[in-house]
Design a protein around this ligand. Sequence first.
Ligand SMILES: [Zn+2]
Ligand SMILES: [Zn+2]
Length: 98
Amino acid sequence: MATNRDELTSYAWRQLRARTLAASDVCIVCGHGASDSADHVIPVSKGGARLDPDNVAPIHGVYGCPVCLRRCNSEKGDRPLSDLVQLATSVDWFAGPQ
Ligand SMILES: [Zn+2]
Ligand SMILES: [Zn+2]
C-alpha cells in the first residue's frame, strides 16, 4: 500500500482546523463569530508553519460571514494577516468616491 504524503498532510490539516474551530469561531479578519473555516495567520508560502496550532486561526470561508457578509478567507488570500489589517485600516471602505 502506497503512502500518500499529501493525504496524510491534509488529514492532519483537517484535524487541526476542526480543533481550531472547536476552540473558537471568531474570525481573525472581521472579528465576527460563526467562522466555517480556518487559515494560516502567516501563510505557509511566506514561511508560516503549516501544522502549528499557533499559526492557525478561524476565518470565514466559502459561506462568508453572516454578519458583515465578507468572504474573509478569499479577501485574505495568500497575504500575511498584518498586510490585510493594514489594508483594511488604510482604506476607508464606507466613504469612498461616489
Ligand atoms: Zn470574517
Ligand atoms: Zn464579519
